[in-house]
Design a protein around this ligand. Structure first.
Ligand SMILES: [Zn+2]
Length: 145
């Protein structure tokens, strides 16, 4: 096989933090700079008996992003649990979207240096909660203070 037998395909996964006042599934603030473990609640920590409630503003922003990028907006969307174990997510799952994202099949149009237009496909836009933040000291140890 020669080099000409191959086609370069580049995919990007882009994460965007939405400017909501509260988290996606509870009323904890999203502001930065607070002391560790102060912007959490029983819902964030998945305590038994709690249920997440979707922040409507997140859906609004995601749909706006989908409309701006020529996506099909789904009328049948759902959230899923993505199980993983890592210290930034002690409840061991992240609420995300898998098979029914909010927006799909979009594109943005760009123009190259010769003025030729090209569509850059956008597979999907989905919403998910952000994992926690780990603080480390100058020796790389996790800071629990
Ligand atoms: Zn919370």
């Amino acid at each position: 096989m020669s080099r000409e037998d191959y086609e370069v395909v580049v995919g990007l996964e882009v994460h965007a933090e939405l400017s909501t006042k509260t988290k996606i599934f509870c009323s904890c603030p999203t502001s930065f700079g607070a002391a560790p473990n102060t912007h959490v609640c029983p819902i964030c920590m998945a305590m038994p008996g709690t249920l997440p409630v979707l922040n409507e503003k997140v859906v609004e922003y995601a749909v706006k992003a989908g409309l701006a990028t020529n996506c099909e907006i789904s009328r049948d969307s759902k959230n899923d649990r993505k199980n993983y174990f890592y210290p930034d997510l002690p409840k061991s799952y992240q609420i995300s979207q898998y098979d029914k994202p909010l927006c799909e099949h979009g594109y943005i149009e760009i123009e190259d240096k010769d003025g030729n237009k090209k569509k850059i496909r956008l597979l999907r836009i989905h919403i998910e909660e952000d994992a926690g933040k780990l603080n480390h000291d100058e020796f790389g140890r996790r800071n629990s203070s």
